[in-house]
Write a protein that binds this ligand. Structure first.
Ligand SMILES: [Zn+2]
Length: 285
């Protein structure tokens, strides 16, 4: 009997186990809050998710881990928005901490998911063939509904979000630029993709031969973008914890005007990258 049941049990058991679990520290809940204008934070403590709203539907940038998706859903409701009004999902890059929840959010909302074509296969395979960590940060595969084009805005009602292809951390890393209006003032927002190369082989990387060129050109490209509000996939890059706390008593958009922090983040990222590159080149000699 058991042998007859076994295939059925396997077929119905959650495939969950094969996916990398959430980092519990990163996944700690954060009370959602307004960043500026129609832009809200709906992510967790160490992993971001941003909701850009309009009366004609919303855009969600990154979902966190699969386990974060329920928080994103609850946070959206707490802010008074309907989860099913999310019409478009975007992702900074195909690692499970940013995109593990996309399949769930897509199923629950029916939203379209548009992706950088260079990351498409990664999403289709759930990250199992990542050039640096094949399979280690696998997630539920998700099929993009269409392709983004570098510098070409995507729209939901009055919302326009411009994807900037910023490869290096992954081959299809993408940052998103848009403008929000706060107290009659337009503010330029950038949700920056990670540019770190944690443990990556930078020299003679057969799985990503252009990695050095990509990281250098991505940081140069990011430098040229006009930014009033800098945000990223990880809260520590833009002081999420302190800002979320300050938000309780300070409702102003000024709390998030951090262009200087953005420049400092780029400088720090480039310095870390070059130091690691020098180290790897020296070790090869
Ligand atoms: Zn990553």
């Amino acid at each position: 009997m058991l042998t007859r049941l076994l295939p059925l049990l396997l077929a119905t058991a959650p495939v969950w186990a094969q996916y990398a679990p959430a980092n519990p520290e990163w996944n700690r809940p954060v009370a959602p809050f307004r960043i500026a204008g129609n832009l809200y934070y709906v992510g967790a403590e160490g992993i971001s998710s941003f909701l850009l709203t309009s009366p004609q539907g919303h855009v969600l940038i990154d979902t966190g881990f699969e386990e974060t998706a329920a928080q994103v859903e609850a946070n959206t409701a707490k802010l008074g928005f309907r989860f099913t009004d999310i019409k478009l999902i975007l992702a900074t890059h195909g690692h499970n901490d940013h995109t593990g929840g996309i399949a769930v959010v897509k199923r629950k909302t029916g939203a379209r998911f548009l992706a950088n074509p260079a990351e498409r296969t990664t999403f289709l395979e759930g990250g199992v063939n990542d050039f640096a960590w094949p399979g280690r940060f696998a997630y539920r595969p998700v099929t993009p509904d269409g392709a983004l084009r570098d510098g070409e805005p995507v729209r939901v009602g009055p919302l326009a979000v411009t994807p900037h292809f910023t490869p290096g951390h992954t081959k299809g890393g993408t940052s998103y630029a848009f403008t929000v209006e706060d107290s009659g003032r337009p503010l330029r927002v950038l949700v920056a993709c990670s540019v770190s190369t944690p443990g990556y082989k930078l020299v003679d990387n057969a799985r990503y031969p252009d990695i050095v060129r990509d990281v250098e050109s991505t940081i140069a490209k990011m430098r040229a973008l006009p930014v009033d509000i800098f945000l990223s996939g990880h809260g520590w890059d833009f002081g999420l914890t302190e800002k979320a706390k300050a938000r309780a008593t300070d409702a102003s958009a000024a709390l998030f005007l951090n262009a200087a922090d953005y420049r400092a983040w780029l400088d720090k990222s480039l310095a870390a990258f070059r130091a690691e590159l020098d180290k790897q080149r020296a070790a090869r000699r």
